[in-house]
Design a binder for this molecule. Structure first.
Ligand SMILES: C[S@@+](CC[C@H](N)C(=O)[O-])C[C@H]1O[C@@H](n2cnc3c(N)ncnc32)[C@H](O)[C@@H]1O
Length: 358
């Protein structure tokens, strides 16, 4: 392939090389952030900074020479702040929220947890699947994916689910305060189910996931949170879970993963009370591809290619929605499954909160 030199725009070329350099740095950052997370380097800096390499090594029982290199890599990436006058490193308030405060909705380390391991574990299978068109199920992934997903999503559920998202739905907050019946489908480790159970002590909850191992962990989490008496967890698919006359059915970041989203919608319709509400939390996406070509869209298209689309194909997807389906496409599918009302109740830069009613 030969490129006519006159057709090359130097500025665009440099921009693209810059992007690739950034990504290469990001690849290492994925591992280095995880190391920092596991060894408590960010939290030590947040608690005791500014620190130099020797002091951080002492605080965290690690070796100074590694820490010195790690600190420089982190400062080069903008993850921590270097003061050349004192030769010490610290976390700014913003860096603390993203890297050291597990309760902050901006906390991002769940996104780095095990990422290299998870991807390396499945990359060959995904490449093969590109050729065969076959799926790779959620249950086939490295176990780290299940905990990382919980840790990645939980801070935003903790910050917004009860205070903003549920109140944005018509009448749901009042119903749950009084005492309603909720089914949380595709609940994974149960983070959303437990947050709702803690907030609405008069209501009862069923958490459902087809992945047995996740349901085992969800049960443990509910025991730890002291809400096990009001949550029943069961292993079932979204098309087959038990029960009827639910006041609310919820799905957090999982509807687009499912193989038969129209069949799932029809089952939700069947299990929901006539005045019930189906709450769908989906990754934020615009309807048009060109409007999703941005950093958030890139992360979700990445998740979608590695995890979501392969999972729905593993379940015989028709259609495979992908993680960036957008409101209009979701409305079509949900409506085809038997719902007549559908609206965007709320949104964040990362999530669409959708409400469907019979
Ligand atoms: C991205 S995870 C989200 C988990 C959880 N809702 C959360 O927000 O942390 C997707 C979940 O959907 C579950 N899932 C996928 N297909 C399913 C199906 N057909 N029926 C029930 N659960 C399903 C997976 O096992 C996984 O736990």
């Amino acid at each position: 392939m030969s490129i006519e030199e006159s057709t090359v725009d130097e500025e665009r070329l440099n921009e693209l090389v810059g992007t690739a350099v950034n990504d290469l740095g990001g690849t290492f950052q994925t591992a280095l952030a995880e190391i920092g997370d596991r060894l408590g380097l960010y939290t030590a800096l947040a608690d005791a900074g500014p620190l130099n390499a020797e002091e951080l090594a002492e605080q965290t029982d690690t070796h100074e020479r590694y820490i010195r290199e790690w600190l420089r890599s982190q400062a080069a990436g903008g993850y921590i702040t270097y003061d050349p006058k004192t030769e010490r490193y610290s976390l700014s308030p913003e860096q603390t929220l993203v890297l050291a405060d597990e309760d902050s909705p901006a906390f991002m380390l769940g996104g780095f947890q095990g990422t290299n391991t998870i991807i390396a574990d499945v990359q060959d299978d995904i490449e093969t699947a590109f050729r065969t068109g076959e799926g790779v199920g959620w249950h086939e992934h490295h176990p780290e994916l299940f905990s990382a997903t919980e840790r990645f999503y939980k801070p935003s559920y903790a910050a917004s689910l009860v205070d903003e998202w549920i109140p944005a739905l018509g009448g749901v907050d009042a119903k749950l305060k009084q005492g309603g019946r909720v089914a949380d489908i595709g609940c994974g480790h149960g983070a959303s189910t437990i947050i709702m159970a803690e907030a609405y002590p008069n209501s009862t909850f069923v958490g459902v996931d087809y992945h047995e191992r996740s349901i085992d962990v969800a049960r443990e989490r509910a025991e730890e949170a002291d809400v096990a008496d009001r949550i029943r967890f069961e292993v079932a698919t979204a098309k087959e879970y038990n029960g009827s006359e639910y006041d609310v059915v919820t799905m957090f970041d999982c509807y687009h993963d499912m193989g038969d989203p129209i069949g799932v919608a029809a089952h939700v319709r069947k299990t929901l009370a006539e005045d019930g509400t189906w709450m769908l939390v989906e990754p934020f996406a615009n309807d048009r591809v060109e409007d999703n070509l941005n950093p958030v869209g890139r992360v979700f298209y990445g998740f979608s290619t590695m995890f979501c689309t392969p999972n729905s194909l593993d379940q015989g997807a028709d259609p495979a929605l992908g993680a960036q389906a957008g409101e209009t496409r979701l409305r079509e599918v949900v409506t085809e499954g038997g719902f007549s009302r559908f609206r965007r109740a709320a949104e964040t830069p990362f999530n669409l909160i959708l409400e469907a009613q019979p």
